[in-house]
Every structure is written in structure tokens, then in C-alpha cells.
Ligand binder design. Structure first.
Ligand code: UDP
Ligand code: MN
Length: 353
């Protein structure tokens, strides 16, 4: 038996997910049970493996034909998980252990020679987190795929040298720090959006944007990749929307009224295609500037604006709290079959000053 070829149709055209395009993508996603329809990949960019940046030639369509594979049959009458929601009401997968076959996904993404960019900020004292972050990423993050780490820092000399696997590189981007930690956190949106334009567009297919006070503790791979993804905040995945810590003042651009909202997403883990991440970060940056002009700062800074954006622009995949967990705060509930990416305990006062 030959697995049917997978066609990647034309590029998403506009900044909002137009209903028709969105519907078609959703149908394809559900049909193939995965979320690999990246608008960038769909353009088929052939990459030269040169020293420097990959060069790409867009074409109309890429067909990926999988080799013969043996794996357990997906059984229609046997749900992959009965204990958790695995699909949003707009038919985006919610990624939990048990819902995907990593062998199929790895095969698909390898055949496309996908390159994943990871942005991480280590400003001022936060450089201390880099070593464990990078070392554990080498063990668990996108193993077998092409990876570019982009480390934004004001202390380039303090970036540790970590042995990288084949096809993986680290780029240090020197950026200014800010006095307030809130400003450091928020300025990530502007810097990511700037660098999407300046280099990410040419260098990677997908971007994942994460906090640095973290360590990888289990597999984080291509199952997360999709045009636009957000992650469920581990502190709120069981909560009613009224209890979410959205910005509740109508004067802020991040305002979400109590009768609205799908999920509470984390500020410390989002991503997607470069085009979508550029739209998201630019939009959040502009909203934060508008707030500043109006003398208001959203309660949870960039996270509040991310939540507003993802309410209006529904993500095409949602990552379960397996993808960002805080064991110190929340222990190890059985519903989390894997804890993949864990907060490193820190003394807030000490590290931020
Ligand atoms: N950050 C930084 N230096 C700072 C403050 C923050 O580099 O002085 C970056 C870092 O990547 C960090 C992220 O901003 O992970 C968010 O801040 P933090 O992790 O302190 O927020 P929390 O996870 O505690 O909400
Ligand atoms: Mn953090």
C-alpha cells in the first residue's frame, strides 16, 4: 500500500484567515490528520545547502510522497484520547501525547527539508539560563531536522558554547536591553517582527518563540508545526474563561470581555510560519505602542496582547500544557503523559534586578 501523496496548495494570501481559505485548509488538515500546510512550505522553496543563507525558488506546488510505512491503523471507533479535548471548535488539533504518530510526521517534514528557527531572549542576568536551555534543546528539540537557534542578547560574550548536532546552528543577535523587565518581555514582539523581515524570511520555514528560563525534558518535534500555533497556559487549562487573566480594561488594545475567549495562551511559547509570526508580532507590537500612547499597559504585557491576537486570528494548532509546564507550581497530574518543556525555578526579584 502506498500512502497517498500530500499536496501543498497555493499560498495563503492575506493577513486575516479568510473564511474560505481557512475552511479549505481545515478540511485538508482533518483529512490528513495533521497540520503541515505551511504557507511557506507550500511555495516549495528549494534550498541550496550553502554556507550562508538558504536560497529559495518559489513554485506552485510541492507534492510529498511518503515511502511505504508500517504503523498501527488509526481506528475510527477508537478515540486517541478520551480524557482531553483534541480539537478546537474551529477544527485545529490540540496536540497531546497519544494523538499523533511521530514517524509519519518526521517523514513528511524531512521530505520537505524543513528548517525550524527558535528565537529566545537572554537579556541581562537571563544569560544564565542559556546553557541548560541549549543543551537540553539539543537532546529533545526537533532532533533530525534543520534548526537555527536565534539568541537575542545584550551580552554576546556570555553566550555559552554548546556542541550542536548536524544541521543545527546558533546565531547570536546583539540587541539592547531595557531597564524594566516588562519592557524586555514586551520588546520581544518588535524585535522578532524586525528580524522576520531582515533574515528569518530567507533562512527558515517556521519559527518558535519561547522564554529562556526553561529546559527541555522530553520530545518537542515537528508535531507542533503549523501556520500559527499557541500553547495552553498550564495554570489555566482547566479554568472557565471568566477566570482567565485577560486584560479587562476596555481602554487597552488587549481588552477581552468576560463573555469572550477560547483559551488562555502563554506568552512564552508561540510560533508558526515566518509570515504568520511576522503578522502576529507586528500586530502585538503596534497594539502595545497604541497602549503606551494612551498611558496604559496591559496586565500581563505581551501575553495579554498575544491572547487578544489569537482570539481574533484562530491558531491552526494549539499545544497542550505538555509543551510548557511548571512542576514546582503544578506537580505532575496524570493527564500530562509527557512533560516536554519545563520552567526552571527562579528568584524573580534577584534575576530581574
Ligand atoms: N527576559 C530577559 N531578561 C530579563 C527579563 C526577561 O531576557 O531581564 C526574557 C527572557 O527570555 C524571559 C522572558 O523575557 O524568559 C520572559 O520573562 P520571565 O521569564 O521572567 O517571565 P515569567 O515566565 O516569569 O512570566
Ligand atoms: Mn519565563
Amino acid at each position: 500500500t502506498v500512502y497517498p501523496p500530500i499536496c501543498f496548495p497555493g499560498k495563503l494570501k492575506c493577513c486575516s484567515l479568510r473564511p474560505l481559505t481557512f475552511f479549505l485548509i481545515t478540511v485538508l488538515l482533518v483529512f490528513f490528520g495533521m497540520g503541515v500546510l505551511s504557507p511557506r512550505i507550500s511555495m516549495l522553496e528549494t534550498k541550496s545547502e550553502g554556507e550562508g543563507e538558504a536560497t529559495r525558488k518559489p513554485t506552485e506546488m510541492q507534492v510529498v510522497k511518503l515511502p511505504r510505512m508500517l504503523y498501527p491503523q488509526p481506528m475510527v471507533m477508537t478515540p486517541s484520547r478520551k480524557d482531553v479535548l483534541v480539537l478546537t471548535p474551529w477544527l485545529a488539533p490540540i496536540v497531546w501525547e497519544g494523538t499523533f504518530n511521530i514517524d509519519i510526521l518526521n517523514e513528511q517534514f524531512r521530505l520537505q527539508n524543513v528548517t525550524v528557527g527558535l528565537t529566545v531572549f537572554a537579556i541581562k542576568k537571563y544569560v544564565v539560563f542559556l546553557k541548560l536551555f541549549l543543551e537540553t534543546a539539543e537532546q529533545h528539540f526537533m532532533v533530525g531536522h534543520r534548526v537555527h537557534y536565534y539568541v537575542f542578547t545584550d551580552r554576546p560574550a556570555d553566550v555559552p558554547s554548546v556542541a550542536l548536532g548536524e544541521g543545527r546552528r546558533l546565531v547570536v543577535l546583539e540587541v539592547p536591553g531595557a531597564a524594566r523587565w516588562q519592557d524586555i518581555s514586551m520588546s520581544r514582539m518588535q524585535m522578532i517582527s524586525d528580524f522576520c523581515e531582515r533574515r528569518f524570511r530567507r533562512e527558515v520555514d517556521f519559527l518558535m518563540c519561547v522564554d529562556v528560563d526553561m529546559r527541555f525534558s522530553d520530545h518537542v518535534g515537528v508535531e507542533i508545526l503549523s501556520p500559527l500555533f499557541g500553547t495552553l497556559h498550564p495554570g489555566f487549562y482547566r479554568a472557565a474563561r471568566q477566570a482567565f487573566t485577560y486584560e479587562r480594561r476596555p481602554q487597552s488594545q488587549a481588552y477581552i470581555p468576560r463573555d469572550q475567549g477560547d483559551f488562555y495562551y502563554l506568552g512564552g511559547f508561540f510560533g508558526g510560519s515566518v509570515a504568520e509570526v511576522q503578522r502576529l508580532t507586528k500586530s502585538c507590537h503596534q497594539a502595545m505602542m497604541a497602549d503606551r500612547a494612551n498611558g496604559i499597559e496591559a496586565v500581563w504585557h505581551d501575553e495579554s496582547h498575544l491572547n487578544r491576537y489569537l482570539l481574533d486570528h484562530k491558531p491552526t494548532k494549539v499545544l497542550s500544557p505538555e509543551y510548557l509546564w511548571d512542576e514546582q507550581l503544578l506537580g505532575r497530574p496524570a493527564v500530562m503523559r509527557k512533560l516536554r518543556f519545563m520552567a526552571v525555578p527562579k528568584n524573580h526579584q534577584q534575576i530581574r534586578n
